[in-house]
Write a protein that binds this ligand. Structure first.
Ligand SMILES: [Zn+2]
Length: 279
């Protein structure tokens, strides 16, 4: 059989990428997600003179005193060099069930005019992280925004197609994380974040000890939706469900979800034939 396996470089990058174009707009569901998830990339961008703005969606009141958390976040992003902050004041853990503040977000988009928008990965565990991404994406579709979308990892690894080598700014990221004292008393978020980054460096080889992973997608009304592109990538892992080896002749150009449907139809037809043979 030829080409039946997906090679590792088709699943994960094996070389670091350049930073995308600024200005950047980073959506953080809670004050600390921006630093834990992509503090290194923010520090690198600021070093290169790229404007970085951060939107805090909630004040994280379920995880501590919101005033303390706000102060800690402001100290952390100051270490990273972020100058512009916005607050949406949504209730913690309720981003999904709370009406999206469209007018405010539209104002922010107008003020920042981002070339690149950063949102949490679609495979994040926390419901607010995923809700943030779904809400901003569906709002962006309605408004027909065009931007470079980069999904970042906060609490776990997800699918990625970009790696930013943060080795030379990892100390700065660590220094920023230390500002979240109230959170670090609850859990060792510093080790968690740096371990995720350390593991991300594995495909970059010697000299690149730490990296932050992202899923990049050109967001525009003409392009395939980021959710579809992301799930197509996940399906690559599954032979018989979109994996190249399982694509049957004449079925190659169909989207994986339809290929799966076709294969289910095929299985049902085979079962029916099997049953009729027994009768
Ligand atoms: Zn969070």
């Amino acid at each position: 059989m030829e080409n039946t396996i997906i090679y590792e470089h088709e699943l994960v990058p094996y070389a670091p990428h350049d930073l995308p174009h600024g200005p950047y707009l980073v959506f953080a569901p809670h004050p600390d997600d921006e630093t834990l998830g992509m503090g290194g990339t923010i520090a690198l961008a600021v070093e290169k003179g790229i404007d970085v703005s951060v939107v805090f969606a909630t004040n994280g009141e379920k995880g501590g005193d919101p005033d303390v958390r706000k102060k800690e976040a402001e100290a952390a992003v100051k270490v990273l060099g972020v100058k512009k902050l916005f607050y949406l004041n949504l209730p913690d853990r309720e981003i999904f069930s709370t009406p999206f503040p469209e007018e405010r977000v539209a104002q922010i988009m107008e003020e920042v005019t981002p070339s690149t928008v950063f949102l949490p990965s679609l495979q994040e565990i926390h419901p607010d992280h995923r809700a943030m991404t779904h809400k901003v994406l569906s709002f962006s579709k309605r408004k027909q925004y065009v931007y470079d979308l980069w999904l970042y990892e906060i609490n776990r690894h997800g699918e990625i197609n970009r790696l930013i080598d943060i080795t030379h700014v990892v100390d700065k990221k660590e220094q920023a994380i230390v500002c979240f004292q109230s959170q670090l008393e609850q859990l060792d978020y510093k080790s968690n974040a740096l371990c995720l980054d350390f593991t991300r460096g594995v495909t970059l080889g010697q000299g690149s000890d730490y990296a932050e992973g992202f899923w990049r997608h050109g967001f525009s009304p003409e392009n395939e939706s980021p959710e579809q592109a992301y799930s197509d990538h996940i399906l690559k892992y599954h032979l018989n469900q979109g994996g190249r080896g399982a694509v049957s002749p004449g079925n190659e150009n169909k989207k994986p979800v339809f290929r799966v449907f076709d294969s289910i139809v095929g299985i049902v037809a085979r079962l029916k034939r099997a049953v009729s043979c027994r009768e």
